[in-house]
Design a protein around this ligand. Sequence first.
Ligand SMILES: *[C@@H]1O[C@H](CO)[C@@H](O)[C@H](O)[C@H]1NC(C)=O
Ligand SMILES: *[C@@H]1O[C@H](CO)[C@@H](O)[C@H](O)[C@H]1NC(C)=O
Ligand SMILES: *[C@@H]1O[C@H](CO)[C@@H](O)[C@H](O)[C@H]1NC(C)=O
Ligand SMILES: *[C@@H]1O[C@H](CO)[C@@H](O)[C@H](O)[C@H]1NC(C)=O
Ligand SMILES: *[C@@H]1O[C@H](CO)[C@@H](O)[C@H](O)[C@H]1NC(C)=O
Ligand SMILES: *[C@@H]1O[C@H](CO)[C@@H](O)[C@H](O)[C@H]1NC(C)=O
Ligand SMILES: *[C@@H]1O[C@H](CO)[C@@H](O)[C@H](O)[C@H]1NC(C)=O
Length: 647
Amino acid sequence: MKVRRPRFVPSLYRPWPASTFSTPPPVVAVAVLLLCVASQARANLPDRYTLRGGALSSSYRGGQPQEPQEYIDPTNPPVLPNEVPACSVQLLEQDFAHTYGSPPAYSNFSAPENCQWNRAVLEMSASCTGEQYDRISGVWIDSVEVLRTSTAEPTPAGVFWTVRKDVTRYSSLLVTRERHQACRGGGARRRRDTLPKLRHVWVMLENIVDDVYTGIYHLNLTLHFYQEGGDQAPPRSRSLLEAPPRLPPLLIEQFGTGSLNQERLDLLVSKPADLILPVSHDKGSNEGFWFRIQREADARTGNVQIPKHAYRAVLEIYASAHGDDEFWYSNPPSYYIDQNRITPRRGNGAFREVYATIDGLYAGSVVPFPVVFTGGFNPLLWAPVVAIGAFDLPSYSLDVTPFLGILLNGNTHRVGLGVSYGIPFWLVGANLHLWLDPQSNSVSAHFLKHQAPPVSINYSNKSQNLDGQFKLEAERVAHFEGWVRSSLGNLTYFLDQQYKFRSSISIENNGNTKEVYSKAKFKTDMRIEDAPNVILARLYHKAKYPITVYTAAGPGQQGTYLRTNVSHTMYEKGALTVGSTIFLNSFAHSQNSQGWMEYKNHSVLSGSASSQQTYKHNDNGICYIRIVNAEGGNLLRDQSSTDCHFA
Ligand SMILES: *[C@@H]1O[C@H](CO)[C@@H](O)[C@H](O)[C@H]1NC(C)=O
Ligand SMILES: *[C@@H]1O[C@H](CO)[C@@H](O)[C@H](O)[C@H]1NC(C)=O
Ligand SMILES: *[C@@H]1O[C@H](CO)[C@@H](O)[C@H](O)[C@H]1NC(C)=O
Ligand SMILES: *[C@@H]1O[C@H](CO)[C@@H](O)[C@H](O)[C@H]1NC(C)=O
Ligand SMILES: *[C@@H]1O[C@H](CO)[C@@H](O)[C@H](O)[C@H]1NC(C)=O
Ligand SMILES: *[C@@H]1O[C@H](CO)[C@@H](O)[C@H](O)[C@H]1NC(C)=O
Ligand SMILES: *[C@@H]1O[C@H](CO)[C@@H](O)[C@H](O)[C@H]1NC(C)=O
């Protein structure tokens, strides 16, 4: 993972100091100066870096020795409860020092007794001091992944942060057998005596500690349970697919008891799954529960056996990119890497797709959101506001209810996971969420239609030596149809999935500047009919993930100089149509970061950066907006409002 030593010719060029950051020299002048710089290594940008000790003090956070600093992710507060929890249980407290190659940390817990709750939040508080790379981490409860997170990179003064994630959708894993009273937790309606007494929690965080990388990550994991009531329950999670709204009382009257009342809607689309089966690596493995996928041919499968009274199924996929594929959306084609003999080989083009199969049949795919870890591009860009999703990596839900026609025969079935065009390596795992008929022990289902043409991709590659222009467009559509007959009725599911992906990479100035743009756009449309051409409900989901990265490298005073601008957005919109009523829920989280640094051996020696982010959540007209700006390592502004015209 080492970059080649800089081989710059001496130059009068100097980076502009932090104090004149807002008025950098014109780009033209920079470009001309960069032209006389020959460094093949730069063509391999971006990369990952760590924050080196005292050297940073000249231009970062005012040059003073610091108190430990809090890192934040402005996504969470609007979608989390802020009252005092009804009860809490500590899961695990652990130091992750040199844990590379070791099995995950492990603990037991049992749910708190006599606690009424309908919502659960997993809280991870973490801290670290010294110099260390960002690390990826996963949390599993009984082999089911409930959180994929990455760490903030420490400084000598220390950093700390808290991740809070709504884990209500995993309710069935959070209940245990009680000695006295029935626990009415979440959606778990399993008979008490079938519940385990203890749950197992596992945390994987592979860290390397040596003379240079001294940071030890301390994690403390707690579950908080809340009892929320009333119709005014706040927005619950990022996606409507995870948490559709409650029907207003008027609509319940309108639909009466025969059609789609609240209870039926809850059973159909809203309540947490009754059972969650992991699609993961065998337990006890030193590698953790995730599959380490090295390349496209390295698809993995997990076996699942499904209760015969399942009436709904959703496959939730977790995926993160590492090693030479950490910045996959900026990778040029392999021939460019070969021709210019660039190492490490971050190639294979800029398109990746994480897909799932059921008994070998394509069941859906996603182009993952490009999560930037805190050491990515320039660590100062993420100090102290981390990149979108870095503390709570998104998971992707594929509705696989039409596949129940295959899955319900009581046999073992294979769920496969793979990364198209992947290079080493990806960490991928999945959870199969299943809803079980409360009134019947047997559900019948039939798979009617499976249309899944292969992904279509067009490339345009142009290059001369280290400069090049690489463009691609990819598109995929799929259509699935099937009926499921349960005590909810004989419902037919029509599911359409579509995505489009566009990418452009432009490398200029003999490999010293790089501009990357990519955008993934998704549409999922599911119609549920309870008689031919009678739509009972329709779920529509749209997402857009654009990212732009600009990097320019040159010689610095002490090391290599690098300027980087990153802009990215996570945008999602969901609609649930019931009769003539539409429920809408959307969020848009945008982040623009720009800065410079000088580095040597992957360590940042000096630099400065600023960032602006806006998080906007709208749940049926109830709006929440939060604006957070940071500069030079300090928060300048952190304001929120329920008036979305606020700016
Ligand atoms: C977890 O519980 C099992 C018994 O079910 C016990 O054998 C094991 O030692 C416990 N492990 C920890 C870390 O508490
Ligand atoms: C860990 O979290 C628990 C529960 O929130 C708290 O009581 C405990 O003090 C924390 N430990 C540390 C070292 O902060
Ligand atoms: C362009 O690059 C892509 C991979 O990124 C590769 O599959 C394709 O073959 C290349 N086309 C040409 C004409 O080199
Ligand atoms: C690729 O090119 C073909 C032929 O021009 C076209 O039909 C197809 O829609 C293109 N695919 C994408 C994803 O742009
Ligand atoms: C369920 O509905 C579908 C479509 O209307 C129909 O073809 C099928 O026979 C029905 N299944 C049962 C068990 O009634
Ligand atoms: C990068 O960000 C800086 C500071 O906002 C801006 O002046 C510059 O024009 C940006 N460069 C590019 C190529 O977007
Ligand atoms: C950079 O790394 C090389 C080889 O790993 C080492 O010899 C050198 O001392 C390092 N330089 C600095 C400034 O850390």
